[in-house]
Ligand binder design. Structure first.
Ligand SMILES: [Fe+2]
Length: 358
């Protein structure tokens, strides 16, 4: 795999290096820019290999460089505990803060939450269900809008509403619709590389508030308490309004990525007038929608899984499963909680670090 330029200024965290322990696995890169698909690999085999720590650390490097990794084979031998352990270890072995663990969804106590396929619930597992999503977010502001469908709002990075958002998320799809329900990931590294140097310098200095009031409103409406803490001693309470850098350094690679400049949980670019805030967020969204070569798309097959690094990709679900008769889509997701997002002044863009011309 790629290694960082040895002459680069010293970074806050030494970039991770790939050690070669996954070379035996068959794969294809989804696009030149983002994504890798392991065609036959089983997560359980990686987890239970003699050199599992080495493989999991190497996998963290690959996920962080490629943004997202797909496991195409049916992972039907992967237990819920193994999915949790896998996600937790990828985060832990990549150097996440020692006190952190798996995210706990704020609305775990919601009586309307749908259990996993085995009928159980788990505070570290978020059940992605096409039907439940409609009910859970009914308190969200702006619902019932008469505007035509606008799927730009689907783009987000997991748990950006927390002081310490998620580093790695792993989603395994248990039930797939007859068609539809694809998930897309967009490279924040490459989007940053497509911005002009003066504009990058401006964006480097910005922060965004990521307020997500839907959690408090859902708890109030349902008369239950929000979960706390949520995977980090810093993820507590019901405020859900952290301030994050618009441009973030990925801890594992040391490369800059556009992070909190756009997305479902981003509510305000700080210090700007309202029209400037809108202009910046529209600009970054336009970069995403106009550069679909920065996007990897997963058409889910039963038991397939994806694991991604939230600090360098956004992702978006495709809410089109209502258009088919057999349209239920159910998956289980575990998310590791990483560090407080930061921008390291010594970090560079991915193309700069690798010497790839724009
Ligand atoms: Fe998500």
């Amino acid at each position: 795999m790629i290694s960082a330029n040895p002459e680069a200024p010293k970074l806050k965290f030494e970039p991770m290096k790939y050690g070669g322990s996954l070379d035996h696995l068959e794969y294809v890169d989804v696009t030149p820019i983002i994504g890798r698909e392991y065609t036959k690999a089983r997560i359980r085999d990686i987890l239970h290999a003699d050199n599992s720590e080495e493989q999991l650390r190497d996998l963290a490097v690959i996920i962080s460089e490629r943004g997202v990794v797909f496991f195409r084979a049916n992972q039907d031998d992967l237990s819920v505990d193994d999915l949790k352990k896998f996600t937790d270890l990828v985060g832990k072995l990549s150097g996440r803060p020692k006190e952190n663990g798996l995210h706990v969804h704020p609305l775990y106590r919601d009586p309307g939450n749908i259990p996993m396929g085995n009928g159980e619930t788990d505070e570290n597992i978020y059940v992605i269900n096409s039907e439940a999503a409609k009910a859970l977010y009914k308190t969200m502001a702006g619902k019932g809008s008469k505007e035509p469908k606008d799927l730009r709002r689907e783009w987000h990075s997991d748990a950006t509403f927390e002081e310490c958002p998620s580093d790695f998320s792993c989603l395994m799809m248990e039930e797939t619709p007859a068609s539809g329900g694809d998930t897309l990931w967009c490279s924040g590294y490459e989007i940053y590389d497509r911005i002009s140097p003066p504009m990058r310098e401006f964006l480097d200095g910005l922060t965004a508030t990521c307020a997500q009031p839907v959690f408090k409103s859902a708890c109030t409406a349902g008369n239950y308490d929000v979960m706390s803490p949520r995977g980090s001693p810093l993820n507590v309470g019901d405020k859900f309004a952290p301030v994050h850098p618009v441009i973030r350094t990925n801890r594992q690679t040391g490369w800059k990525s556009v992070f909190a400049g756009v997305g479902l949980h981003v509510t305000q670019i700080n210090g700007l007038y309202d029209y400037e805030d809108k202009m910046i967020r529209d600009y970054i969204m336009r970069l995403i929608t106009q550069n679909h070569d920065c996007i990897a798309r997963m058409h889910w097959t039963k038991g397939a899984a994806a694991i991604w690094n939230n600090s360098c990709v956004w992702h978006a679900a495709t809410p089109d499963t209502h258009l088919v008769a057999d349209g239920v889509r159910t998956g289980i997701r575990a998310s590791s909680i990483g560090e407080t997002p930061y921008l390291d002044p010594a970090s560079t863009s991915r193309r700069e670090a690798l010497g790839i011309p724009n």
